[in-house]
Ligand binder design. Structure first.
Ligand SMILES: [Mg+2]
Length: 413
């Protein structure tokens, strides 16, 4: 039986910083009279997009109708989302981190990784002290709180930052990884979804630690490359490097799925629909909408066929996008060819507030659909991705190899 994960304390040191109730905290930073009060953003959309800690304590959740909040929680402050301000704060947070190290990855609007390996002497502090300095610089300059994790890999640092929230700091060196992993239920591991978790539980892995105690050949045999990578990351072996390419606050969102090779047209299309559902869900999470879409199909021989289309209005509505993607798919798909991957990239992203609706758009149905998909997002968040999905992706639900941290892809269009 394996036991020792690593004997080295700090082969490398990775920091993960995550803004606490980020949108609501920015509002409170901009207006001090909102501090320590229940606050909700999203009045312009009719539903809660983000909640302050005090609003969460009242039981307000994302996607709750504003009308209902006004009625049941009259003390709650309700403001429209100010996405320019959120992006500005995110940018300032990333800049503060770059004062300590140039190796910073802007992972999402309120999350970033940084590599601080080898900086102890230069900064005259140990790794935990460096992280504390980053955290206090962010808090004192931006007047928001962040939760910080420090460990050997991105996967471990992400677990650490979740460990104490809000305003927490958790620093775990090589010798203590097992303690963190023993306290982490398997489904809380970054990149391990509900299906893999329940499969792993059947093999006796209740915690992340149990998973890391399985022999490598077991993991390689039962799971895909992605879980093998996560397994190694949890054991302290760095697989995921810090990606310093600027994301420009999500200029594009891409989702790719690798599946068991097939030439079944319905199944290939269903896989693409699944990509679209996940990409649009991410888009909605950040209150963004796409102006254009790229779809691509990769054959077993690694040839890629792509098509691009402009949408007639910015959208994060999977039904609208699937409709257009279907036309693109017809021009890319070659019958008889064997495919192994589909890719959907949403590009030219913009804020979804005050979206111009054309004279011919049916405003009511668009708004109703928007609310519908936000409720679906909530359910999928609670019960696992894919709990509720479009009928078009049904054929893809039994044949997929999970993906993790998909790089932005260069697609010949
Ligand atoms: Mg956050």
């Amino acid at each position: 039986m394996q036991e020792i994960l690593t004997l080295v304390s700090w082969p490398q040191a990775i920091v993960h910083i995550d803004g606490d109730s980020f949108f609501a905290s920015v509002e409170q930073s901009l207006n001090h009279s909102y501090k320590n009060k229940p606050l909700v953003t999203g009045s312009e959309r009719g539903i809660a997009s983000a909640m302050s800690a005090d609003a969460k304590k009242l039981g307000i959740t994302r996607g709750m109708p504003i009308g209902l909040i006004k009625k049941n929680y009259p003390e709650c402050i309700i403001v429209p989302g100010n996405y320019e301000a959120y992006m500005l704060f995110a940018h300032r947070m990333f800049s503060i981190m770059r004062r300590f190290t140039p190796i910073v990855e802007e992972y999402s609007i309120d999350e970033a990784f940084a590599d601080i390996t080898g900086l102890r002497r230069t900064l005259n502090a140990n790794y935990q002290e460096i992280a504390v300095k980053m955290q206090s610089a962010i808090t004192s300059e931006l007047d928001i709180t962040v939760s910080v994790g420090v460990s050997l890999t991105k996967s471990l640092a992400k677990l650490c930052s979740k460990f104490r929230k809000p305003n927490g700091i958790t620093c775990v060196k090589g010798k203590h990884i097992h303690i963190l992993l023993q306290k982490t239920p398997i489904e809380k591991v970054w990149g391990i979804g509900p299906n893999i978790s329940s499969m792993l539980r059947k093999y006796g892995c209740q915690t992340a630690y149990d998973f890391t105690q399985k022999p490598l050949p077991f993991v390689e045999e039962k799971l895909t490359k992605k879980e093998v990578e996560i397994y190694k990351e949890l054991r302290g072996e760095q697989i995921y490097k810090i990606d310093t390419n600027k994301k420009e606050s999500y200029q594009s969102i891409s989702k790719a799925k690798t599946f068991n090779p097939t030439s079944d047209k319905n199944e290939v299309f269903a896989q693409l629909v699944k990509n679209i559902e996940e990409a649009t869900a991410k888009c909605r999470k950040y209150n963004l909408a796409a102006k254009s879409i790229v779809i691509a199909l990769k054959s077993q021989k690694f040839q890629t066929y792509g098509q691009k289309a402009k949408l007639n209005r910015p959208s994060a509505d999977p039904m609208e996008i699937v409709h257009i993607a279907n036309e693109l798919f017809e021009t890319c798909y070659r019958s008889g060819k064997i495919y192994r991957q589909t890719i959907c990239v949403l590009i030219n992203l913009c804020s979804n507030k005050n979206m111009q609706l054309s004279l011919f758009d049916q405003n009511i149905s668009i708004e109703k659909r928007e609310q519908l998909f936000l409720s679906i997002d909530e359910l999928n968040k609670r019960f696992g991705i894919g709990t509720i999905h479009l009928a078009d992706s049904l054929n893809a639900r039994h044949n997929s190899l999970p993906n993790f941290n998909i790089p932005q892809l260069e697609i010949p269009v």
